[in-house]
Write a protein of this length. Sequence first.
Length: 225
Amino acid sequence: MVTIIPRPAAPGVAEAIRRPRQKRSQQRFEAILDSAARLLETLEPESISIYTLAQEADLSAPSIYHFFPDAGQVFLALAERYTQEFVALLDEPLPAGIATWQSYLAARYANGRAHYNAHTAARRLLLGSGLSATIRARDLENDRVIAERSMAELTGLFDLAPSADLIERFTELLVINDAIWTLSVHRHGTITDAYEEQARRAREAYARTFLPEYLPLRSRSEQAA
């Protein structure tokens, strides 16, 4: 499993989030994120303050300020957690019978869509109309990590050479897909079947600009290697 390492602050700029090292502090840190996720089930991020979080987590406000200077940094940490979960989805086995790159993309994006639809907080933080510039920037950076994993998996399944250019194209594919999913969330609150169908068409249409219509499968021994 690949873990997203939180991006360090720029040189000379202090890290805004105080990340715990001791187990007890880590548990409190995660409890704050759990509280933020629960609140985001019914509230928009701008309606949530440190004091709202403190009440939900049954902690004092200073306990939260110990880790986070403001609620926006809580949401940033929660977004990082969701990003790790999306990367971890790539560790799940593919369904049997994947024989084309089209079916490969369909399977992996289906997992992502299901995860978004199961977590309101993830939709509001990563696809919501109130998405902060900082979270969006981090999300775009992490798209490249997912693109690298996708390329490695695809080139392991099919007779296709890995390349830096292919990583760029997969990153662009993620951005195109997320734009359509964002529109669905904005209009309907979830990623609907109709919008997923539009996203699938867009994914495949764009992928055809850099992938041939047919890719031969590698042999079982090559895939295992």
